[in-house]
Design a binder for this molecule. Structure first.
Ligand code: ADP
Length: 572
């Protein structure tokens, strides 16, 4: 018997089912052949032996043939009951073998050599023919061979003649040979079936591995995709994202870092991050890096870094440890955000607060001083002095109102609520009005306002707002003019538009301040202009008003020689 150790019971059942299938495989043809052989014996022995005996055997054989055929049909209808089908098969083949055994003893005629030969040959042939089918079951094959051939062998032995004895011995050897063949055949079948099973199991395992591999590949591909996306985000981030090893040596350098610090990836990989750090902050950075390697993080620490062109850039730095899957720290990430713009805005805000507080404090101090004097000396003060003090208080109130109006205008511009009433305006008349309005202011600075126009010009616009522009330009020109100089206001005609220019012969505008001049709360020099007064809002308001008139304000200036502010308007 083949060893079935190590097989699961389901596998043993499967093997049994396959053996039963092999047993039944050729039964559909071998049964009719067996019946044919029985018919040859019946025919060959007719008239030679007792006809009743022969007929009874033949009918019995036919009955066994029907029973076996019926059992075969049962098997084909219920092939899954392997053990039951095997038992039934063994019963069926025992019955057949019995029939051959009977034929080999009771049907052999004495002294009729030819008939004896027919029976012997057929029994030997039938038993050898069945070996191929029966070797799937050692029990079935043993029963079949012994029951069908052994009675004949014994009969031959009992004849007690030398020839029959030799024949009997040969048949005996034949039986032994058949049994050994069946045994070997059975072992071979079992090996083949078990190999087939192992093969099937391996195939199943391979299929499982294949499925697993497929899902793993999908996962890896997904991970690869999200990693690639992440890498692209990091690569093209506006912030500088720098990967460092635990010693602060740069391992990766994104586009943001390139833009912010001016160094290319090739220039920085392998260099220490301290190269970007100004000397004053090197110790601080080194101690921060050491702490990060001990699993600390730093969020938005404001540091300075050195650009390739040597200037310093204020940055907000976030330093965090990079860990591998076991949690071991393998590097440091440095995310640097440029905060120069925010710093600039902070500076402008601080300047604004200082300007506004100065602008508020100066007139308020004057108002308070004038009123204080009036209160304390009201009984003794001459009327002229009183009116001078009241005028000072009045003028300073005016200055306060202007400041507040400017701040309100800026707020309206920023929220898009600055309203315009458009009408056709005589520009010459408007400029005359603005001259008149600023005359006393100019007189204070001993500056003369001069107006020249080529012709009378009409435009479409908001009268009050354009007055506001003119007043601001004239008052600026006056403020920055030396005493006894002129401020020239000119209307010049060009095709379908008119250019308004206000020219002074004052200090001019410093080169470094020129790009910022139309910004909010900007003044060339907050300390020097403080003597002159102003909020740094006027030009920003002018620009916004003129933009609403589809116009654009600009200037020409020369330091120490003066400035000319101009804008163009479409003629109506
Ligand atoms: P302010 O109320 O301070 O005058 P502006 O926006 O009108 O505000 O002007 C901003 C700054 O531009 C001024 O403080 C001054 O430094 C500069 N500026 C404007 N006009 C002139 C000018 N005609 N000559 C020299 N500097 C000028």
């Amino acid at each position: 018997m083949m060893k079935l150790n190590g097989l699961a019971s389901s596998e043993e059942e499967q093997l049994l089912a396959e053996r039963v299938e092999l047993l039944h495989e050729h039964l559909g043809t071998s049964l009719p052949i067996a019946f044919l052989c029985a018919s040859i014996i019946f025919y060959g022995l007719s008239g030679v032996i007792n006809s009743t005996l022969l007929f009874t055997w033949y009918i019995s054989f036919f009955f066994v043939f029907l029973v076996r055929f019926y059992l075969y049909k049962l098997y084909t209808l219920h092939p899954h009951h392997a053990q039951r089908n095997l038992n039934i098969f063994i019963i069926g083949c025992t019955l057949s073998a019995l029939m051959w055994g009977i034929a080999g003893t009771l049907l052999i005629p004495q002294g009729h050599i030819l008939s004896q030969a027919i029976v012997i040959i057929i029994i030997a042939g039938v038993s050898s023919g069945s070996v191929q089918t029966l070797q799937a079951s050692p029990l079935a094959s043993t029963i079949y061979i012994l029951l069908s051939v052994l009675p004949l062998d014994i009969w031959l032995l009992l004849q007690r003649t030398e020839n029959y004895f030799l024949l009997s011995m040969s048949l005996f050897l034949y039986i032994i040979f058949m049994l050994i063949t069946c045994k070997r055949g059975h072992n071979l079948i079992m090996s083949a079936l078990m190999l087939r099973h192992e093969n099937m199991n391996i195939n199943l395992q391979l299929e499982d591995i294949n499925k697993l591999l497929k899902t793993e590949i999908v996962k890896v591909k997904k991970n690869e995709k999200s990693l690639a996306q992440l890498a692209e985000i990091v690569r093209y981030s506006k912030d500088a994202i720098i990967g460092l090893d635990t010693n602060g040596v740069i391992q990766s350098w994104n586009k943001g870092a390139e833009m912010l610090y001016g160094f290319s990836e090739r220039e920085m990989i392998g260099k220490s991050i301290t190269l970007l750090t100004p000397t004053s902050q090197k110790d601080l950075l080194e101690s921060m890096l050491e702490k990060v390697t001990n699993n600390l993080s730093f969020q938005n620490v404001e540091l300075e870094r050195q650009h390739k062109l040597n200037h310093l850039i204020p940055v907000s730095v976030t330093l965090s440890p990079i860990k591998n899957s076991d949690g071991t720290i393998i590097g440091i990430s440095s995310m640097d955000r440029d905060v120069s713009e925010r710093k600039e805005i902070d500076k402008v805000k601080n300047e604004f607060i200082s300007v506004v507080s100065h602008e508020l404090r100066t007139p308020l101090t004057s108002i308070k001083g004038s009123i204080g004097l009036l209160i304390h000396q009201i009984d003794t003060m001459p009327a002229l002095k009183m009116s001078q003090l009241l005028e000072i208080a009045y003028n300073n109130c005016d200055r306060l109102i202007r400041l507040i109006n400017d701040i309100l205008d800026i707020e309206k511009i920023e929220s898009g609520k600055l309203e315009f009433k458009t009408e056709i305006i005589n520009l010459n008349a408007l400029i005359f009005d603005s001259l008149e309005e600023n005359q006393s202011f100019a007189a204070k600075f001993q500056v003369k306002l001069c107006f020249k126009s080529e012709d009378e010009v009409f435009i479409s616009g908001d009268k009050d707002r354009l007055m506001q522009v003119m007043t601001n330009l004239i008052s600026n020109a006056v403020k920055f003019s030396p005493p006894h100089s002129n401020v020239d206001i000119l209307l010049s005609l060009h095709n379908n538009y008119v250019r308004v220019s206000v020219t002074d012969h004052g200090m001019g505008i410093p080169r470094e301040f020129q790009p910022k001049i139309f910004g909010k709360f900007t003044q060339a020099d907050a300390s020097s202009t403080r003597n002159i007064g102003g909020t740094g809002l006027g030009l920003s308001i002018c620009k916004a008003i003129l933009e609403k008139h589809h116009s654009h304000i600009d200037f020409i200036t020369e330091e120490g020689k003066g400035s000319c502010f101009y804008f163009d308007l479409l003629r109506s």
